[in-house]
Write a protein that binds this ligand. Structure first.
Ligand code: FES
Length: 87
């Protein structure tokens, strides 16, 4: 489990182990556009300002994943207790 902070509003959204980040955000009233929900299409790509994503997509290149500046909330998680994202 980890938490997501929404930059600007400071809203904190907890992501439980069994749910996706996109689902947790939707339950908190923050809709991320989704399509494949499998890390393939990139539709859900979201800017990351702080924290380290645990990339589980096949959309970003290894270099893009290593940049730690975006992630796919449909399938990816976090290596740090908190990710700060920009919606
Ligand atoms: Fe396709 Fe997330 S919805 S990569």
């Amino acid at each position: 489990a980890f938490e997501i902070e929404i930059a600007g509003t400071g809203q904190i959204v907890p992501v439980a182990s069994g749910q996706s980040a996109a689902t947790a955000l939707a339950e908190a009233g923050i809709e991320v556009p989704l399509s494949c929900e499998q890390g393939i299409c990139g539709t859900c790509l979201t800017t990351v300002l702080a924290g380290v994503p645990d990339h589980r997509d096949m959309y970003l290149s290894a270099a893009e994943q290593a940049a730690n500046d975006c992630f796919t909330p449909c399938c990816s998680r976090a290596r740090t207790p908190r990710l700060v994202i920009e919606i």
